[in-house]
Design a protein around this ligand. Structure first.
Ligand SMILES: [Zn+2]
Ligand SMILES: [Zn+2]
Length: 296
């Protein structure tokens, strides 16, 4: 199993990191967890044809996890996708997809392109098969099995959020999606070979955001992440989904200012975040970067 982190950033525009997206390849098949901004371009940079990725999973419907989806679908239509894509996600996925294509946001473009016979022959490429699911085993194709649990991020009545576990070839990887520290993730990640877990803000930002009453949706701090990885007994941990707290870019710093004390933002925070995770977790540890490859 090969895992490529296509995007390790969050919702703020970040010159160094794209939106959430993880490409998993097993036995010649490709699976995408999330499709955040830039995911399609990064798939090409990883030398995988987006038109050959037929199964996508959404952890949740925040835009930094799904913004590239229309581009992914439309561009792989004109790159001759040969199979109808399947999108699996929480409640709301169907409405999101339905509003994009025929009769939706891209209706005029689709009508224009359908004037060409070549585009009519694989019209199924822009008619994704959408599966809205509840927690449990949400997908199995004889190669991989994917299980979802609810996590604590957006209130469930507004929009449910998942963590995902993928098993293949006797290995298991777990992706937290976005979440506050969550018992369900610890259970889901028990003894996993790899845990990809969000670590959006450094320790000092968590308190700052509470007092500033900004960004009420919940995330996991580095110290809490170390505890989660230790409790779950994972063999390897990759922290991901970073707000750009290591940036030196003045504009990005300005965007980050409402979320954390901007005078502490900078590359030195990398050491602090690692030390905070290390307070509780002694296993293999990496901080995600875009196009990081992990072989399992
Ligand atoms: Zn996010
Ligand atoms: Zn989110």
């Amino acid at each position: 199993m090969r895992v490529i982190i296509l995007g390790s950033g969050g919702p703020l525009p970040d010159p160094e990191r794209g939106g959430s997206a993880i490409l998993i390849s097993v036995a010649g098949r490709h699976y995408l967890f999330d499709c955040g901004q830039g995911a399609t371009r990064q798939t090409v940079r990883a030398n995988v044809d987006p038109a050959e990725v037929h199964t996508l999973f959404f952890s949740h419907l925040h835009f930094d996890h799904i913004a590239d989806f229309p581009f992914f679908i439309l561009s792989s239509w004109i790159c001759n996708r040969g199979e109808r894509p399947t999108v699996i996600g929480p409640r709301g996925t169907d409405a999101f997809v339905k509003h994009l294509f025929a009769g939706g946001a891209y209706a005029a473009d689709i009508e224009a392109r359908l004037q060409f016979r070549r585009r009519q022959t694989n019209r199924y490429a822009i008619e994704p098969n959408v599966v809205e699911c509840e927690p449990g085993v949400i997908f199995a194709d004889g190669v991989v099995t994917v299980t979802a649990v609810y996590v604590e991020h957006i209130p469930r009545e507004i929009s449910p959020c998942f963590a995902l576990r993928l098993e293949a070839e006797g290995r298991a990887l777990v992706f937290s999606g976005d979440t506050a520290p969550c018992e369900a993730v610890i259970k889901l990640a028990a003894n996993a070979d790899l845990l990809l877990h969000e670590c959006t803000f450094p320790e000092q930002a968590i308190e700052f955001r509470k007092s500033a009453a900004i960004g009420t949706w919940s995330h996991t701090s580095p110290i809490e992440l170390g505890k989660i990885a230790a409790k779950a007994g994972v063999k390897s941990l990759v922290a991901t989904h970073f707000a750009p707290w290591e940036t030196t870019h003045p504009l990005v710093k300005r965007h980050l200012a409402p979320h954390m004390p901007v005078d502490i933002v900078g590359p030195h925070l990398v050491d602090e975040v690692v030390a905070d995770i290390r307070q509780n977790y002694a296993g293999e540890l990496r901080l995600a970067e875009d196009l990081m490859r992990i072989d399992l």
